[in-house]
Write a new protein. Sequence first.
Length: 230
Amino acid sequence: MGARAARTNVQSGTAEIWRAFASSALSGVSVTATLSQSVSSSITVMSFTGVDTSGANGSGAVGNMGTGNANPGAPTATLTTIRNGSLVLGVGNDWDNAITRTLGAGQTLVHQYLSPVGDTYWVQMLSSPVLLSGTSVTVNDTAPTGDRYNLSIVEVLAAQGGGTSGSITGTISPASSASGATLTLSQNGSTVATTSGNSSGVYTFPSEPNGSYVVTPSEGASPSLRLLKL
């Protein structure tokens, strides 16, 4: 039995997100939605690993939620994350037309149903986890802009302490100082990694776990740092 996590039905139609939890791996399972009336509809089932399993019936995996609707307008909804490494996904319906979505930057279309009755039902998500809590995240389409829509979005929380990784980048200034310079990445006084700047003075540590880091240049280099607390 699932529980509804988010719902938007200000405009005609309804966009809902439900959650359920299984204590062990499942296979060959049938997922059924019982509707109150005969309507055109679509259901997309997604499963996740590495999420927060606390709470009842999967409630610990659901963070903040957002909602958007307009008559008409470009679909958009925003939320602010409450944990590092969250996934953010959205479910929408377009009452007026069966028309392909044009997604906003950094997003992936999970499923889209262009129904014969002239509606669109779709699921989209951010293409990458959101590294930091407290980040304002928008799920949106840039087209169509002339239809009615409902859009519900939800944050899927990583397990406590799970999180994800990200990059740390910066620039040595002036670039001429980059020649022969070594950048040392450290955490709690211990060296994590070293790298060198390129001909433009740009350096990158490409994949580091969540945490706070310090970048130290070798003598003679004066870095302009852009540090990221992952």
